[in-house]
Design a protein around this ligand. Structure first.
Ligand SMILES: *[C@@H]1O[C@H](CO)[C@@H](O)[C@H](O)[C@H]1NC(C)=O
Ligand SMILES: *[C@@H]1O[C@H](CO)[C@@H](O)[C@H](O)[C@H]1NC(C)=O
Ligand SMILES: *[C@@H]1O[C@H](CO)[C@@H](O)[C@H](O)[C@H]1NC(C)=O
Length: 217
C-alpha cells in the first residue's frame, strides 16, 4: 500500500497544453467564490441588522413603554363601629371601614407617587375620605396598603336612603374615586409623570358586614 502511494507521488507532473486557459478558469472560479463569499457576508450583516431592529422594537414596545399605574380597592373589613338604621323615617349609616388599596404598577421600572386622597360617595354625596401616603411601587408589582375610612350618611338626603332601603334592603351602594400623582422611572434614566386613578363601585352587605360585587374601571 505504502509503495503504491509513493509511486503516485513520484509520478511525473502531467503536461497540460491548455495550462493558460486552466489558469484563467481558476481565476474566474476564485473571483466567483470571493463574490459568493462577499454576498454571503452581506446577507449575514443584513440578517443581523434586521434581528437587531426587531430586538430594539420589541424592547421599545415592552420594556421601555410607559404604562399608566392603577389605583384600586382590593378588599375591605368592618371590624369597628357599624350602625345601620334601615327602617323608620330617618335611615342612616355610620361605620368604620378598613380598606386595602393597591397601586398596581405594570411598568418595568418603579413608580414613585406622592400623597393622595380617595373619596367615597353615596350617590353624589361624599360620605368618607382617606389619605394615601406617598410611597413607591416596585417594577411590575402592586403596592398594597390599608386606609381607615369613617363612612357617615350625615350629608345624604333622607329620601335617597329611604328609597335605597325600600328597593334593596340590606345593601348600601358606594363609589370611590381617588388619584395619586407620581413618576415612573424606567432604568433610572427615563422618567415620566403618571397619575393613577381610581373609579370603583361597590356594595356593603349590611347583614354580613362585607364588601361585595366591587369592581373598578
Ligand atoms: C405627605 O404626607 C406627609 C405625612 O404623612 C407629610 O409629612 C408630607 O409633607 C406630605 N407631602 C406632601 C408633598 O404634601
Ligand atoms: C390590611 O388589613 C387586613 C386586616 O384588616 C390585613 O389582613 C391585611 O394584611 C392588611 N394589608 C396590608 C397591606 O397591610
Ligand atoms: C412632573 O411632575 C412634577 C411635580 O410632581 C413637576 O414639577 C414636573 O414639572 C412634571 N413634569 C412634567 C414633564 O410634566
Amino acid at each position: 500500500m505504502a509503495g503504491e502511494g509513493e509511486k503516485a507521488h513520484n509520478a511525473p507532473p502531467q503536461i497540460n497544453p491548455y495550462g493558460r486557459v486552466d489558469e484563467e478558469v481558476a481565476a474566474v472560479a476564485q473571483r466567483d467564490a470571493r463574490r459568493r463569499k462577499r454576498i454571503k457576508c452581506f446577507a449575514y450583516i443584513a440578517a443581523f441588522v434586521v434581528f437587531q431592529a426587531a430586538v430594539i422594537l420589541i424592547f421599545g414596545l415592552t420594556i421601555m413603554k410607559f404604562r399608566t399605574p392603577r389605583l384600586r380597592v382590593r378588599s375591605a373589613a368592618f371590624d369597628g363601629a357599624f350602625t345601620v338604621v334601615e327602617s323608620g323615617a330617618t335611615p342612616s349609616f355610620e361605620m368604620r371601614m378598613v380598606a386595602e388599596l393597591g397601586v398596581r404598577n405594570a411598568n418595568f421600572g418603579r413608580y414613585k407617587y406622592q400623597n393622595g386622597t380617595v373619596e367615597f360617595y353615596y350617590g353624589a354625596t361624599k360620605v368618607g375620605e382617606a389619605f394615601i401616603p406617598r410611597a413607591t411601587a416596585k417594577a411590575r408589582s402592586t403596592r398594597k396598603f390599608n386606609v381607615t375610612v369613617d363612612l357617615s350618611s350625615a350629608g345624604v338626603p333622607v329620601g335617597e336612603l329611604t328609597s335605597q332601603f325600600g328597593s334593596t334592603p340590606g345593601v348600601i351602594p358606594l363609589t370611590s374615586r381617588g388619584t395619586v400623582r407620581g413618576k415612573v422611572e424606567i432604568m433610572r434614566i427615563m422618567k415620566k409623570n403618571k397619575s393613577a386613578n381610581m373609579d370603583c363601585t361597590m356594595q356593603i352587605d349590611v347583614q354580613s358586614r362585607q364588601l361585595r360585587s366591587f369592581s373598578c374601571r
